[in-house]
Design a protein around this ligand. Sequence first.
Ligand code: NIG
Length: 420
Amino acid sequence: MTRPFDLLVRNARTLFTADGPGGGPAEQLLSPIPRGAVGIQDAHVAWIGAEGDVPRESVAASTRIVDAGDGLVTPGFVDSHTHLVWAGDRSGEFALRCAGADYLSIARAGGGIASTVRAVREASDETLISLALPRLQRLLAQGVTTAEVKSGYGLDAETELRMLRVIDLLGSRQPIRLLRTFLWPHAMPPGSTDREAFLARGQKVLREVARAGLARFADAFVEEGAFGQDELRPFLDEARALGLGLKLHVDQLRAGQGAEYAASLGALSADHLESVGPEGIAALARGRVTAVLIPTATLVLRLLRYAPGRALIDAGVGVAVATNCNPGSAPTENLALAMSLSCLQNGLTPAEVLLGVTRRGGEALGDASLGRLRVGGPADLVVLGAPHLDHLVAHVATSHVQTVVRAGRIVLRSDANARC
Ligand code: NIG
């Protein structure tokens, strides 16, 4: 006999599975089902279809009903680039930038990443956890059910390993699924100038990270003023050989053929890309590297150019959109802001943006089960109090999230976001 659903999400104006056949436009990939419904058993999607076709025997007195209120139902959002574990306060840098200072000059004067490194080294694990939990709560309120989180504010063996363990602990203390990235080449540690020795130490830590299963990905800040491509090769080659996926910060502040580099390394994603040129775009398309757009950082750093999202998509590159939540270049958990900006400034359509925070986010994390609703897949979804996709992004920087379901459990309900 069929077991009834634990949960049924119904009364959706449109349900987007984001699981349509590949190769077509965003609207096709989003695979909208008018008046769609989702049945959930345990932590997984058990049934998807039109509400009129819900099997009668699957709905029992024990089935909990989530009424979508004639709004939208989408996969849970995937925030594919964050640095959300940190201590300290860099809001002074915001004022400096408003007065005309740029990111690298602030870093050279001892601020930037190095100042967060000093604060993180001094913070206890419990402090880091208690600072990160409210950030995660704010991300959840934005509809995020999966987030990538990087280390990169320790820059010594002890603190980097500690950061990864803290991220692991955070994953068990709140509902968002957290995927860890080891980011050793983020900046030179305060007081250190021997780049070769620093990167060689990074390889040792990398082996420990891989051995202990502490991270799924490795990352590097590939940029003039951060790290060069040649010096990074041994670290990134070894990371790949150890089975970690590569995610790289490239072409953010200046054009540096970082996209071509990411493609040559078989990276999962190339992130930022404000200064990517046509060859870089073609290389990402050929290499099937997902581009992660981070317009929040473009805004906060007051960069002159936003990443060419339209050209990337037109060239066939899969484009994800992320918050980059961090204390310097993007001190925000506001995914809705990133979504609106990626239309206004990166040239994406509302459908492409929804794809960017769902299926493309999953692809940027090398996991095709994330950011999609499909039978047998994780029951991570969001109910949005918006009548259509235009509304979602046009109401700028506003969360429309009413209900978040993660692994089949209702983990957030917000009356504050009744149809706005
Ligand atoms: O993704 N670009 C390098 N890393 C971060 C900034 C981190 C920071 O400033 O603390 C980014 O923008």
